[in-house]
Write a protein that binds this ligand. Structure first.
Ligand SMILES: *[C@@H]1O[C@H](CO)[C@@H](O)[C@H](O)[C@H]1NC(C)=O
Ligand SMILES: *[C@@H]1O[C@H](CO)[C@@H](O)[C@H](O)[C@H]1NC(C)=O
Length: 471
């Protein structure tokens, strides 16, 4: 393997050429053609509203103001410090299973987006005052292995950030108004997380389905409240590329400092190569510090996952990861443009929900008029944010929707999102129970297919001219 790495480096320019000709897609390592995807929500980041009965059975609570009761992973783990790990492990084991994977295959899904908390890298948690369950990394590996065997591509989504990236949301793992993500120590922890996940994606064979890592899920929309986010975007890409270069992976690095990492590679010794990369990047201290801190963490996790042979054998030759950000249109008030951070393949993510208001008047005709004239793919492309996919959307409405409307609502959204790189539905499923009521009808992909709103072949529509009367 040492030999192989050496040889690869000599062949570097040739390999670069080869990669671009083998995959004619803008998403190397991803699905061919459009993304037809679902989110694996409430698996490794649990949102109680999606499984209300199970959450109560686990020992959680449900209340109107989620900060005031046990309604997040933080609150739960704090309340049950001795049993939380085992209770969550049961949830991880049962919420996403082989039979779910089989169903994804049956329904032609080619991509999943996997929401993750920063706490899946356990050593990043400051346990004196932060509370999160442990053991998720093994479940992630288990699920990725099943997805890989099924030929489904995966996006690792940093969904719940250290310090909390947005107030009052269960999906951040801590329902709180105390938002601390946009500070140097928490940006640092997020970069360490990124380096570890990049390393795992290339080094652990079970992570072979991962083709993309998303930097931050849904930061605060007002950019004046996210100081330093633009610098973080630049550092995020550099960390991914630095790890890949240190592993001997061909990646178009137009940054001179980055590409000099290639000369420092130490045979197949991953630890030595990463530390050398960190030294090389010394003048880029945020990147260098993240690499240095991530190196032993990555090694520990590979040992824990019984994949430590990769530490001496190096990484197999793979496409570089697609770095992924929420698009520039996600924020207002003079946001930084993630296109400015790009080195190598990059993709952009927009989320669109009509049910939370502010998009269209609350009636079926206004919804159709709005979605059929969606401009987001075009306006983003004008700012370099292409390819764009719609990484979260669903069928909920602010009015009581008829079945007839939901057929059209599903079709129209799929039609418009496919003008970009494709779509990823939220969520693959939600709980079906008396307590959950009608939740699954508009939030569950599986339920939507069974009811016929969503076609069995995701590339099809019930009615190809669904938007004909609205444009
Ligand atoms: C998490 O929530 C708790 C309780 O609501 C709060 O005291 C704490 O500051 C929050 N942590 C962070 C990092 O925001
Ligand atoms: C790899 O490099 C590290 C850091 O230089 C060193 O501690 C370790 O012994 C090396 N491992 C092997 C197998 O050579």
């Amino acid at each position: 393997m040492k030999m192989l790495l050496q040889t690869l480096l000599t062949l570097f320019p040739f390999l670069l050429l080869k990669f671009s000709s083998v995959r004619a897609t803008s998403l190397p390592g991803g699905p061919n053609g459009k993304i037809y995807g679902v989110n694996l929500g409430s698996w490794l980041v649990l949102e109680p509203w999606m499984l209300p009965q199970e959450w109560l059975d686990m020992g959680g609570e449900i209340c109107d103001q989620c900060s005031t009761c046990i309604a997040s992973e933080w609150a739960f783990t704090r309340a049950y410090p001795d049993t939380a790990d085992a209770i969550f492990d049961d949830h991880w084991e049962t919420w996403f299973t082989q039979s779910d994977v089989d169903k994804l295959v049956e329904y032609g899904i080619n991509t999943v987006r996997i929401p993750l908390g920063f706490w899946i890298v356990e050593s990043l948690v400051e346990r004196s005052h932060e509370f999160y369950p442990r053991g998720g990394i093994k479940q992630l590996k288990r699920g990725l292995k099943q997805l890989k065997a099924a030929g489904i591509h995966a996006i690792l989504d940093h969904h719940a950030l250290p310090g909390i990236q947005t107030p009052g949301q269960m999906f951040t793992g801590n329902c709180t108004s105390n938002v601390q993500f946009y500070t140097p120590p928490n940006y640092h922890r997020a970069l360490v997380w990124t380096a570890v996940m990049t390393g795992l994606s290339h080094l652990d064979p079970d992570f072979g389905s991962v083709f993309s890592i998303q930097a931050v899920n849904e930061p605060i929309m007002d950019a004046s409240q996210t100081p330093g986010y633009g610098d973080f975007q630049v550092n995020f890409v550099k960390v991914v590329r630095a790890v890949e270069l240190a592993l001997g992976m061909p990646v178009a690095a137009d940054d001179g400092l980055l590409s000099s990492i290639l000369s420092g590679i130490s045979g197949g010794n991953v630890t030595a190569s990463l530390l050398k990369a960190s030294e090389t990047m010394q003048s880029d201290s945020d990147v260098a510090n993240a690499l240095a801190e991530a190196t032993p963490i990555l090694a520990d996790i590979l040992v824990q996952l019984e994949s430590s042979s990769a530490l001496s054998e190096g990484a197999p030759l793979r496409s570089p990861l697609v770095t992924n950000f929420m698009d520039v249109g996600w924020q207002h008030n003079n946001p930084s443009n993630p296109a400015n951070a790009q080195i190598g393949p990059q993709g952009y993510d927009n989320h669109l929900y009509y049910s939370f208001g502010g998009v269209a008047a609350a009636n079926p005709e206004a919804y159709m008029q709005s979605i059929c004239n969606l401009q987001r793919v075009k306006t983003d492309a004008a700012k370099g944010n292409s390819p764009l996919w719609f990484g979260e959307w669903a069928l909920p409405t602010q009015f009581s929707a008829t079945d007839d409307f939901l057929y059209r609502w599903a079709d129209a959204q799929k039609l418009m999102y496919s003008q970009g790189a494709g779509w990823i539905f939220w969520n693959f499923k939600v709980e079906v129970s008396e307590k959950a009521g009608d939740l699954a009808r508009q939030w569950s992909y599986f339920e939507g297919v069974e009811r016929g709103y969503l076609t069995r072949d995701p590339s099809e529509l019930n009615d190809n001219s669904v938007c004909a009367n609205y444009v």
